[in-house]
Design a protein around this ligand. Structure first.
Ligand code: ZN
Length: 150
């Protein structure tokens, strides 16, 4: 994969995803969710600093649908540019809806446009092609069929 070329296309494809307000970033209220919202709300997706991304590595399940759609490109970019981070270790589990979590208004996967779906699918197929991700195969397979729909 040509990372620089892909990342440009990734952000361009998500150009119409609306930016969430502070109160819209995490639907749950607790210290952790409040801190996630604080750290993200200061930045557009592309500008979230590396140190925050390391901290946010396991926070994708806490995001609202709106925040997930808006910030997902940054998590994808971070995976591609910073190998062996928390983000990279966990992203395969956050690329397809979870039956426990992604229900009703909490469904992080609702509302992606066709263009967004295509560019995420490219990332999923790239992840599935990596030899060291064999243990995550069921998750990547679920992600692949999800983003291919329609
Ligand atoms: Zn919480």
């Amino acid at each position: 994969m040509n990372v620089s070329e892909y990342v440009e296309r990734l952000y361009a494809s998500f150009g119409k995803a609306p930016r969430p307000d502070l109160a819209e970033i995490t639907p749950h209220r607790c210290c952790e969710c409040d801190e996630v919202a604080d750290r993200l709300s200061a930045y557009a997706a592309r500008d979230v600093p590396e140190k925050d991304m390391h901290w946010l590595g396991d926070c994708l399940p806490l995001l609202s649908a709106k925040a997930f759609r808006f910030y997902l490109p940054r998590f994808i970019e971070f995976c591609l540019r910073v190998p062996n981070s928390n983000v990279e270790a966990l992203i395969n589990y956050n690329l397809a809806p979870s039956t426990d979590l992604d229900v009703g208004e909490r469904n992080r996967f609702a509302g992606f446009s066709e263009e967004e779906r295509r560019v995420v699918l490219e990332f999923v197929e790239y992840r599935a092609s990596l030899p060291d991700h064999i243990y995550d195969e069921p998750y990547l397979e679920a992600a692949r069929s999800f983003w291919r729909e329609r």
